[in-house]
Design a protein. Sequence first.
Length: 216
Amino acid sequence: MFGLGMAMVIALPITAAHAADAAAITTQGNGKGAAPCMACHGVDGGGQLAAGNPRLAGLDAAYLQKQLDDFVNGSRNSPVMQATATALSEDERQALASYYSKLPIPAALAKPASVPPADDSAGNVLATRGRWDKQVPACVQCHGPAGVGVGAHFPPLAGQPAAYIEAQLKAWQQGTRHNDPLQLMQHLSTTLSAQDIHAVAAWFAAQPLATKGATP
């Protein structure tokens, strides 16, 4: 019991130190080649709409860490993120994933940047009903109602920049992203036209987010 108690006491400062390190990396980088995260993802982790950089705040920690690890191993392709992720240690990647998962969703994201498409729009149909003649289920069956996200494998789509969602669907389609363990996205993306991708990305980008406890 004594040994366990000491281990717990020792672990607390380490956890706190990792959180402090993560916060510093977001604003200053790590001094070893990793750029400050806020440069692309904002001070509050809310992303950058105009640049198509995704929100990280409030995403599942395991999902975030897997994406950083996948940039390192090459199963996700992005020159900027691969350079940053490979400059981070495993502990730093874990700390950053935990840090961003605990950030509240910025209140500014509660109001969509665009008017939601009509119920009969191609984006709405694909997102909520799917296209079963091509074995394409509704996106919300995996990503949750209105794309709010489900666990570590199905990230939120609601409120993410349309340009980001569109870019990821094209990356799945072109094979530059292949880090889905079930290969669902690789199959689904190949059935979509450029117009489909644009439409469904716009639909999810226009969905409001629940921002209880959000930053003002």
